[in-house]
Design a protein around this ligand. Sequence first.
Ligand SMILES: [Zn+2]
Length: 201
Amino acid sequence: MSERAAGPEIQRLVQLLARLPGLGPRSARRAALHLIRKREDLLAPLAEALRIAYERIAVCSSCGNIDTLDPCTVCRDERRDRSVIVVVETVADLWALERAAAIRARYHVLGGTLSALDGVGPKDLNLASLVERATADGVGEIILAVNATVDGQTTAHYIIDLLAHLPVKVTRLAHGVPVGGELDYLDEGTLAAAIRQRTAF
Ligand SMILES: [Zn+2]
């Protein structure tokens, strides 16, 4: 942004907004102008929400979720099936599964995947506490809800080996035809996985 168009405060706002994922400099300028126009309705509550998030949000010491409570709201929820732990890569994946409302269980957030290319090893992930939780009384199933990427699957195999000596069932998400998907548009790997993992009607 030109220094002549706005003072350093507005420039700083635009620069910070431009660092958000999905926002380039142009969208950041538009967002900044929108916020300034909606000063009372949007800018003030957003500033307050950001302040509260900065002060109060913490990582759950049990599952790795983020919340203002530790243990988090999900871990505290007594209505959840405590025999199942769903392993996800990131908090975004946890939120996605909660939006789908497909399962009412507890989670374990790994904080990424193993990646030789990016130098991410087992010690960089939330794995030690997963073994601890999988050993706890009443836990009967660990669902590996990791991405169907090379790194995701490498991580899944590592976890399967890690938990092999425990009396828990380890399962993973099905691979195959997405809901509403057309076969003609699918890649060969997905089609092959769908055939291999076919289920009885
Ligand atoms: Zn938690």
